[in-house]
Design a protein around this ligand. Structure first.
Ligand code: SF4
Length: 554
């Protein structure tokens, strides 16, 4: 392989040629990648990398790896290949896909590919001080080579794109979604851009399609056994439990690692989890959420926007009203399910449902967070006073309960709720960190405990469907062993290790269930809904709001 020296013409605030490719595809894509630093390693990107590796092997006689940077032009980039034909230097670009076809079915470059190869050709001229007459793009899917001449109009197009890129880099606002919906269907950043949801925010008649997978299939590994050691071996996570064979799991199959109690994790494994973007979370032996290790910090631009939005008391109040409505309605709807098919409904249940309806009408009128907290407290009081009415007859009396209590839980039902909410806040934190928002800055909860206010805010949306409902169903199905699944210590009741294992299984299976989003109209697993909800929250201060906290039971 021939390798030219890397030309160091740095210092200037240059733009990457590949960023111009994104810009030509969609200005919003450029902004998401360059300003907000959002990337996804989707299958197409990996396939592209493989293609380059194969080409390097096949064509090492002609392959030249060349990094160029031109301060004068304001551009930098790494050429796929540079070849000499008839004494002329010609940059090559390799694409996995098919070429564009004109009206006569003649092969053409796609507009974004054309701008990219023109930019490489122009950069080559500027950096090496030579004349470059053309660039070439090979589309491997249909084995076509397209020639793109570099003339003055091509150079002007590149300069114009560089200027547009500079302006966008200074902007603090995301550009709108493209009008060409077909581009979104092939865009690797559609799962974070959420173009269909942005269109719905502007047009309530819009019927969005889902542009991302319904589920995240990576494993969530819970290490429940004290004394377990977690390490790294090659590209795998290694888990050594006492008196058990060592388990290894390929890192790419792991989405989260949850360490309960006193497990150990090596520094190598910590670094590896950070590198592989595996969420790492810690829960105490008593089932309390302790914290998360995560090196994803999100882009500064997005955090500045979050700070600006959530420093505004009116914005916070409006979001908090939506949140309290969402939680209160969810609680009320769940109670109403308990009346279905019943000839006689307990008076407590009926009364709570009616009074909650009255209180819910007051929520949109609340003029302060303090008055909302009062309403929310009253709603929760009514809900928990009526919740025991949903426990079926014949359930062991040890599993019944009278009221909500915590730290420490005083009965089995509250032990289940406490552990469930700890797992939920862990998942909400994971979603916040994945999306890249600042967990410490919420809009409703105040910083009181070590739990991040934004996580406390967001978990309100999911308490009923992800914790309360599966607990009630499992109790009514007699899934709990009142002795083996609990540890009773005086007045305190905790889940035993067996109970925690059973709960984790119940909870993770619940997260795999799909729910049709009441507003977007498409189905997603709860696991994906957690992340979607964080992204929809961010849209509230990005000019695409109106979809947050709409996840209400029917
Ligand atoms: S999903 Fe659509 S609007 Fe969003 S960046 Fe991609 S092409 Fe642009």
């Amino acid at each position: 392989m021939q390798t030219l020296d890397c030309l160091e013409i740095t210092k200037a605030d240059t733009i990457r040629v590949s960023a111009l490719h994104a810009l030509a595809y969609c200005p919003r894509l450029f902004y998401l990648e360059e300003v907000e630093e959002l990337y996804t390693q989707d299958a197409a990107v990996f396939a592209g990398r493989r293609l380059h590796t194969e080409l390097e092997k096949q064509e090492d006689e002609e392959w030249e790896e060349l990094f160029l940077e031109s301060e004068e032009l304001g551009l930098r980039g790494r050429l796929d290949a540079l070849r000499t034909r008839d004494g002329q230097k010609i940059p090559y670009e390799h694409k996995r896909g098919r070429c564009h076809r004109d009206g006569n079915n003649q092969p053409q470059a796609w507009e974004s590919d054309k701008l990219q190869i023109l930019a490489y050709a122009y950069l080559l001229e500027s950096a090496l001080g030579i004349t470059v007459k053309e660039g070439r793009i090979r589309y491997h899917a249909d084995n076509v080579l397209v020639h793109v001449p570099l003339d003055n109009s091509g150079r002007a197009a590149v300069q114009e794109a560089i200027q547009q890129a500079r302006v966008l880099r200074q902007s603090t606002h995301r550009p709108p979604v493209t009008d060409n919906e077909r581009l979104c269907a092939r865009c690797s950043l559609a799962p974070v851009c959420l173009p269909e949801e942005a269109r719905l925010a502007h047009d309530r008649e819009w019927q969005p399609i889902r542009l991302f997978p319904e589920d995240d299939e990576r494993q969530i590994i819970h290490v429940l056994e004290p004394g377990t050691s977690v390490g790294r071996t090659g590209e795998q996570i290694k888990i050594a439990r006492r008196n058990q064979p060592v388990e290894t799991v390929p890192a790419r199959q792991v989405g989260q690692l949850v360490l309960h109690s006193f497990s150990q994790i090596s520094t190598q494994a910590l670094h590896f989890c950070a590198d592989q973007e595996i969420g790492l979370h810690f829960l105490s032996g008593g089932g309390r959420y302790i914290g998360s290790f995560d090196t994803r910090h999100g882009s500064i631009q997005r955090r500045i926007r979050q700070y600006a939005a959530l420093s505004n008391p009116d914005t916070c109040l409006e979001l908090a009203r939506k949140l309290v409505t969402c939680r209160g309605q969810g609680q009320r709807k769940f109670l109403m399910r308990g009346t279905r098919g019943k000839a006689e409904v307990p008076e407590t249940l009926n009364k709570a449902i009616k009074q909650m309806q009255i209180l819910l009408k007051e929520v949109p009128k609340a003029q302060s967070l303090a008055s909302l907290l009062g309403l929310e407290g009253n709603l929760a009081g009514l809900y928990f006073s009526a919740l025991p009415c949903l426990i079926s007859q014949g359930v062991a009396k040890e599993l019944c309960f009278n009221s909500r209590n915590r730290r420490p839980p005083k009965d089995r039902f509250n032990a289940l709720l406490g552990f469930g909410y700890a797992l939920l806040i862990k998942d909400v934190m994971n979603s916040i960190l994945t999306v890249g928002l600042e967990p410490a800055l919420g809009f409703y909860h105040q910083p009181r405990s070590q739990a991040a206010p934004l996580a406390l805010d967001l978990m309100e949306v999911f308490r009923v469907p992800l914790v309360d409902m599966p607990i009630m169903a499992s109790i009514n199905r007699a899934q709990w062993d009142v002795q083996a699944d609990f540890d009773i210590r005086g007045e305190q009741v905790w889940l035993s290790e067996a109970g925690k294992r059973k709960f984790v299984d119940l909870y993770e299976r619940r997260k795999q269930e799909s729910w049709k989003h009441p507003v977007t109209g498409y189905s997603l697993t709860y696991r994906r809904l957690l992340e979607l909800e964080v992204r929809l929250l961010e849209k509230e201060w990005s000019g695409e709001g109106g979809l947050f906290a709409q996840l209400i039971l029917r």
